[in-house]
Design a protein around this ligand. Structure first.
Ligand SMILES: [Mn+2]
Length: 462
């Protein structure tokens, strides 16, 4: 562990080469001879409810992807004709230096970010007027309005650019994969430390504090999403983020958390017993979720569709629950009656990248499947090498779903009422890893114990 920590000290950034590769990739989607410019507005600082409390700055993902710049108030223009990358940097005065520190010189900005031409942001209108584009491609209506406020005569297109960048971001470049592996590597360490630390009588927020500490001491400062630290029945609340309750002996504890490395997310979930030993029913249900996990990962190949993986893992979950005696009937009948959605009501996984629920899950023209459970699946397309996805099957005992089902004449015949009515405080189990799709399967970046024997061994201190 000391060796691993030492190795992680070296700081990684989206280097200028990676941002350059991303711009070239985007430009290659436009036909030769096509004219016009691409315009992107970087993010601004955000404040809390009109006060001077600053939220930590986090660049807009598409802008970060194309520039590697994680500072506020920049703009970029890519000229399709010349291929020139114009960067517009904010003008900072001496007051800014007093409150926020040193102002970068133009030379420093050029050296760090390597634009073809650097301007100040107040020259945006002049730059665009000089380029005189027949069309300006921008990301959304808000940026279109910003441009039209500069000059009513601009011809602005909001359809093309978002699709083009989304297409690029679905297949990760080598530079991106390096950052994602680092985010995963630190997450592996933080999840293991939390697993070692858990004892009955700790509060959920103590687990969060331990998790956050291990991310931050390795230089990852921004959480990728609001982490879930859920004891007992809170583990069956899919987006539980209060993290306020006491974790008791006999409870399950579910942690779903990850940080970003230079914007690139990690998103990992584990579920284990507060007292270090799964009870009989906890172990039985956990083993079903784990089997769904392991078999899904084994089935991953380029060309496989996420919705097929989702349905296959739903079958495994139902077969396992039938084995334990929680559901009744043939797996085919259970599937036909959507019983899986009562226990596994979310999607099997999602793209991961600069956003935790990364872009591109639904290509144009592909709609969500109108069916319980799978309607929330965030990716519906064939997997291809270079995509990064999460796989996260779960089994939950959610009173809001199960109690009405036990009263429902169509669902109740498939459910073991005696057993299930005693499990409304059981909570839920989710296991989630982060995978890179490769030519012949996948690379699993997540290396946190998930077999029952491994977890119990870690929690015993062995
Ligand atoms: Mn996830």
């Amino acid at each position: 562990m000391i060796g691993a920590s030492a190795k992680l000290k070296e700081k990684l950034t989206i280097d200028t080469m990676t941002a350059h590769v991303h711009r070239e990739k985007l430009l290659s989607l436009f036909e030769e001879g096509q004219t016009g410019v691409l315009y992107l507005k970087g993010a601004e600082l955000m404040y809390r409810h009109g006060t001077d409390y600053e939220f930590p700055f986090r660049q807009e993902s598409n802008f970060w992807y194309l520039t590697g710049i994680n500072e506020p108030d920049y703009h970029m223009v890519l000229d399709l004709k010349s291929g020139n990358y114009h960067l517009l940097a904010p003008e900072r005065d001496e007051h800014y230096a007093v409150w926020h520190g040193k102002i970068k010189s133009n030379d420093e900005i050029i050296e760090q970010y390597e634009p073809d031409i650097l301007h100040t942001a107040n020259k945006l209108l002049t730059v665009l007027n000089d380029l005189n584009p027949d069309v300006i491609y921008c990301l959304n209506e808000e940026q279109a309005e910003f441009l039209e406020d500069l000059n009513r005569n601009f011809n602005v297109d909001t359809d093309t650019l978002q699709d083009a960048i989304t297409y690029c971001r679905c297949i990760k470049t080598d530079g991106e994969l390096t950052l994602m592996r680092r985010a995963a590597e630190v997450n592996n360490i933080a999840h293991l430390e939390v697993m070692k630390a858990l004892k009955p009588g700790m509060y959920e927020y103590e687990m969060k504090a331990i998790f956050d500490y291990h991310q931050k001491r390795h230089g990852l400062l921004q959480d990728a999403y609001s982490g879930i630290h859920a004891g007992g029945k809170n583990s069956a609340i899919l987006h539980y983020t209060d993290n306020t309750d006491l974790i008791k002996d006999g409870d399950l504890y579910l942690i779903d958390a990850g940080y970003e490395c230079e914007g690139y997310a990690s998103d990992v979930t584990r579920t284990y017993p507060a007292n270090g030993k799964y009870s009989g029913m906890q172990a039985a249900v956990y083993q079903v979720a784990l089997e769904a996990m392991n078999k899904t990962i084994d089935a991953i190949q380029p060309g496989v569709k996420m919705e097929d993986l989702h349905l296959a893992s739903s079958r495994i979950i139902l077969a396992g629950l039938k084995e334990i005696g929680l559901v009744k009937g043939s797996v085919d009948d259970l599937m036909d009656n959507d019983i899986f959605a009562l226990f596994f009501p979310h999607g099997l996984g999602h793209f991961l990248g600069l956003d935790t629920h990364d872009v591109g899950g639904y290509p144009k023209g592909v709609e969500r499947i109108d069916r319980p459970g799978i309607q929330f699946l965030r990716v519906r397309r064939e997997l291809l090498p270079g995509m990064v996805i999460t796989i996260e099957p779960g089994i939950y005992f959610i009173p809001a779903l199960l109690e009405p089902a036990l009263e429902n004449a169509d669902k109740a015949p498939f459910l073991n009422t005696d057993k299930l009515s005693g499990m409304m405080d059981f909570g839920g189990i989710r296991i989630e890893d982060n995978l890179i799709i490769t030519e012949d399967g996948c690379e699993n970046m997540t290396d946190v114990p998930k077999e029952i024997s491994e977890i119990e061994s870690v929690m015993r201190g062995n």
